[in-house]
Design a protein around this ligand. Structure first.
Ligand code: AMP
Length: 178
């Protein structure tokens, strides 16, 4: 795994806070300035992978949609495969799905039944951990498919929402915390 000279402070400085998006009262953490900068993107991938190698991870699973951006790059870097965990109605084959509650209503995410084989070590990734509903449901479908989440890693964590508490036994790590 390549090391990086990019600091977490540099990454945090390029996260753009957008008030009242997509609705009033939400401060959206816009990561596109990090993605658009080759050095920061490389540094972010390196930090997300910290300590992992193909000796400890069999597959990277990314959460729809920004988890795909990091996840595929991380998988390529490790030399392992990538699995998408998608919002309802997007995966064409047989699926395992899980619903979770939002403030208003619910969401459902899914994984292909054959995406992970029994006992495979899965590194789960998304851009941001907020209430933890999405990531907990993602960890659950991975487990139901037979995988073992070795770590759930996030670029950003909104610590005040305590999403970690929903993650059960899966180790959780984030690069930048608010
Ligand atoms: P949650 O299920 O509440 O942990 O929400 C996590 C998912 O919603 C992630 O896939 C994030 O990309 C997205 N998300 C939630 N809150 C924000 C935010 N403030 N800024 C950007 N993305 C967010």
């Amino acid at each position: 795994m390549a090391s990086t000279d990019v600091t977490l402070e540099e990454l945090q400085a390029e996260i753009r806070n957008v008030p009242d998006f997509p609705e009033k009262g939400i401060q959206f953490k816009d990561i596109t300035p990090v993605l658009a900068d080759a050095r920061l993107l490389d540094g972010c991938i390196s930090h997300l992978l910290s300590g992992h190698s193909a000796d400890t991870v069999d597959v990277v699973a990314g959460i729809d949609a920004r988890g795909f951006i990091f996840g595929a790059a991380m998988a390529r870097e490790l030399g392992v495969g990538f699995v998408p965990i998608r919002k309802k109605g997007k995966l064409p084959w047989e699926i395992i799905e899980e619903s979770y509650e939002l403030e208003y209503g619910s969401n459902t995410i899914a994984i292909h039944t054959d995406a992970v084989s029994a006992g495979q070590r899965v590194l789960l990734v998304d851009d941001l951990l907020a209430t933890g509903g999405t990531a907990a449901a993602a960890a659950s479908v991975v487990a139901k498919a037979g995988g073992l989440v070795v770590e759930a890693v996030f670029f950003i964590e909104l610590g005040f929402l305590d999403g970690r508490a929903k993650m059960g036994a899966a180790p959780v790590r984030s690069l930048v915390r608010y």
